[in-house]
Design a protein around this ligand. Structure first.
Ligand SMILES: NC(=O)c1ccc[n+]([C@@H]2O[C@H](COP(=O)([O-])OP(=O)(O)OC[C@H]3O[C@@H](n4cnc5c(N)ncnc54)[C@H](OP(=O)(O)O)[C@@H]3O)[C@@H](O)[C@H]2O)c1
Length: 270
């Protein structure tokens, strides 16, 4: 990651926008303007970026290399047209909005807009995100490399060649942290059912999920190998996995869940 980050315009500094901005600032950003109407959301960045409430306050001479949309998808139709003027200046637009297609954004920004669609996830807040990105036709190699540098500031990046693949990505890595947090919730509940004190059950479930994630991240072994390393023949874990790995249990539930989320992402696309 050797690229220098250019002047940047961030639209929306909520959970994801804020996480990404802190990654960029850590990397060293010459100038950042943040458009955020909800002042407390951007307050933490006030000494390192210029925070303005709407697009009318952008200085006329500001020519950002990248414009990043981190607003809710439903805000897009009313918000994007104010940024169409940066298309002619050759800015790269990066959208992290779920379900906003390249076609719908180009309708607002101009057909020549250089656009990258990206789907990050909330571990970006601790620089351990996973982002899948799609570069629309016309995006140059230099622009793609800039988008890659911006997204890598908050974790791993993978590129997809087909825009539709953003939908299963949304289902797997976009929503994935929620499934893992659910695992911590249900483990805590099951521990309490077995008579363990609630406070200990909570600490135990959190530490087990977090520690397993750290071990997975630090290991070159497949998840299945790490699972087998915990599973002695005829032991307790084997008994538990026989329940969870029944084809009708977790394997079927996860396939159905990812299918449902992918279908919903396609329904919301526009
Ligand atoms: N959270 C995730 O796990 C996740 C994962 C992948 C992608 N995303 C995508 O990331 C985007 C942002 O999600 P989020 O969770 O960060 O939402 P969020 O916390 O609600 O942040 C959005 C921010 O944008 C502000 N805003 C609203 N209208 C604006 C406008 N016209 N100009 C500039 N800022 C405006 C909002 O202010 P107000 O509060 O005043 O409205 C809010 O502070 C969404 O499109 C979502 O699909 C989120």
């Amino acid at each position: 990651m050797t690229e220098t980050l250019p002047d940047l315009l961030l639209i929306g500094c909520g959970k994801m926008g804020g996480a990404m901005l802190s990654g960029w600032l850590e990397r060293g950003l010459s100038r950042a303007i943040v458009v955020e109407p909800h002042a407390p959301a951007a307050a933490d960045f006030a000494h390192r970026a210029t925070i303005i409430p709407d697009a009318t306050a952008i200085p006329a001479d500001f020519a950002p290399g990248a414009v990043v949309f981190a607003i809710k998808p439903q805000e897009a139709p009313a918000t994007l047209p104010a940024y169409a003027r940066f298309t002619a200046g050759g800015a790269l637009f990066v959208s992290i909005m779920a379900g906003r297609s390249v076609a719908s954004m180009r309708a607002a920004l101009g057909e020549d807009a250089a656009l990258v669609r990206a789907m990050p996830n909330t571990p970006a807040a601790v620089r351990q995100g996973f982002t899948a990105a799609y570069a629309a036709p016309g995006v140059t190699a230099a622009q793609k490399s800039l988008a890659d540098a911006l997204l890598q500031a908050v974790g791993e990046v993978a590129w997809v060649e087909d825009e539709d693949q953003i939908n299963p990505v949304t289902a797997v890595s976009g929503g994935g942290p929620a499934y893992v947090f659910l695992l911590a919730e249900v483990m805590e509940k099951a521990a309490i059912e077995q008579g363990l004190p609630p406070d200990m059950a909570r600490r135990m479930a959190r530490a087990t999920v977090a520690g397993s994630g750290a071990l997975l991240a630090a290991s070159t072994q497949d998840a299945a190998e790490l699972r087998r390393a915990v599973t002695s023949p005829k032991g307790t874990t084997e008994r538990a996995l026989a329940v969870l790995m029944d084809p009708q249990a977790w394997p079927a539930a996860m396939s159905k869940a990812i299918q449902a989320a992918t279908d919903r992402a396609r329904e919301l696309a526009g």
